[in-house]
Design a protein around this ligand. Structure first.
Ligand SMILES: COc1cc(O)cc(C/C=C(\C)CC/C=C(\C)CC/C=C(\C)CC/C=C(\C)CC/C=C(\C)CC/C=C(\C)CC/C=C(\C)CC/C=C(\C)CC/C=C(\C)CCC=C(C)C)c1O
Ligand SMILES: C[S@@+](CC[C@H](N)C(=O)[O-])C[C@H]1O[C@@H](n2cnc3c(N)ncnc32)[C@H](O)[C@@H]1O
Length: 327
């Protein structure tokens, strides 16, 4: 049963992932969506009326999803600009580092959860295209007696320039996806990417679908992180890799003090001036402080069934990249 005021739509994508997705008011996510498949769990949760946090505020689990939705609905149009301003462009380097760590091969099927405006997906497409072109050049150089037609065909990229790689961007927020789709259109990304509205806690994909799962600056916003991690494990193929870029714990006391000052004194002001939204940026800095440390998050990933869990702290631990495998 759909919640009152919710809309129901079928999302279809080329990977055979048609599933029901519901959208609507704040209740749709954390109550009605699960009513079918996880009704029993929901009932026991409802009895306990579990509380969680939204930044430094204590809220019920049912409320949190709606509040997070409102934050990203409100900031979507200014999201990319704000990231460049807040980090002086450093977030781009972090995202590049995620791609270097991933080092995807042509043919990789990537699922980018909480993919928002597509930063990780576009980097992925650039990376695999470059890899594929290099590989083709190497092969061409190694082959003798090729006709000029064969050489021309390869150089004109008549076959798939991505070598079969695909990225699926999944996000719960329609406005973030809209901004991402416009960006893709403006920047000329056409092939190899698909956009799907969906919840990290209940991914609209079959089991064992993807080679790599990424989530960048997304998992901090999810109500049940353990559930999102289990979903990541479910949709990955055996041998698949989980990669998460997220804010973490700063390990240098001096940087930590400066970072706190910057976070609480500057970021909400920037949010107000640039995006007209102090509260969303207050939520950002508070949610960063609520997120588990590198070691704690590593344990959570292990608890979800992943193996070979490692992490690398970047910029003194302001962010960390966690990597894990489904073996
Ligand atoms: C709603 O949820 C969201 C919305 C979003 O738009 C985005 C996200 C997800 C987030 C991202 C994708 C990335 C967002 C980036 C950040 C939150 C920023 C991360 C921060 C940094 C990379 C810089 C870290 C800063 C420090 C270690 C401290 C340095 C700070 C200072 C020297 C200034 C100290 C501040 C004061 C004393 C307060 C008073 C100062 C002023 C009024 C002057 C203003 C100063 C500045 C604007 C300078 C800022 C300097 C830097 C950024 C340079 C940092 C350089 C290095 C660390 C090398 C989302 O979830
Ligand atoms: C800070 S943005 C990150 C966007 C992008 N990955 C990046 O690195 O720029 C966080 C994103 O997480 C999405 N999000 C929050 N909760 C989610 C959930 N339960 N399932 C899927 N996406 C979610 C938001 O809609 C938003 O687009």
């Amino acid at each position: 049963m759909a919640a009152p005021g919710s809309r129901v739509l079928w999302s279809y994508c080329g990977w055979g992932c048609s599933r029901l997705i519901r959208t609507g008011g704040p209740q749709w996510l954390h109550s009605s969506l699960r009513a079918g498949s996880l009704g029993v769990r929901l009932l026991s949760q409802a009895k306990q009326a579990t509380e969680t946090h939204f930044g430094f505020e204590t809220v019920s689990e049912e409320e949190k999803g709606g509040k997070v939705y409102q934050v990203f609905e409100s900031v979507a149009k200014k999201y990319d600009l704000m990231n460049d301003m807040m980090s002086l462009g450093i977030h781009r380097v972090w995202k590049d580092m995620l791609l270097w760590k991933m080092n995807p091969l042509p043919g990789t099927q990537l699922l980018d959860v909480a993919g928002g405006t597509g930063d990780i997906a576009f980097r992925f497409l650039n990376y695999v295209q470059e890899q594929y072109q290099r590989k083709q050049k190497r092969q061409l150089k190694a082959q003798q007696n090729l006709s000029w037609e064969e050489i021309a065909k390869k150089y004109q990229n008549e076959d798939d320039p991505l070598g079969g790689s695909r990225v699926m961007i999944c996000d719960i927020n329609r406005e973030m996806l809209k901004v991402g789709q416009k960006k893709a259109f403006d920047q000329g990304y056409k092939a190899g990417l698909a956009w799907v509205l969906g919840d990290a806690e209940e991914l609209p994909f079959d089991d064992h679908k993807f080679d790599i799962y990424t989530i960048a600056f997304g998992i901090r916003n999810v109500t049940h992180i353990d559930q999102a991690l289990q979903e990541a494990h479910r949709v990955l193929k055996p041998g698949g890799r989980f990669l998460c870029l997220e804010f973490s714990q700063v390990n240098n006391p001096l940087i930590s003090r400066l970072y706190d000052l910057y976070s609480f004194q500057v970021i909400p002001v920037l949010g107000e001036v640039v995006a007209g939204d102090w509260k969303s940026y207050q939520y950002l800095v508070e949610s960063i402080r609520k997120f588990p440390s590198q070691e704690e998050f590593k344990e959570m990933i292990e608890d979800a069934g992943f193996q070979k869990v490692t992490y690398e702290s970047l910029t003194s631990g302001i962010v960390a990249i966690h990597s894990a495998f489904k073996l």
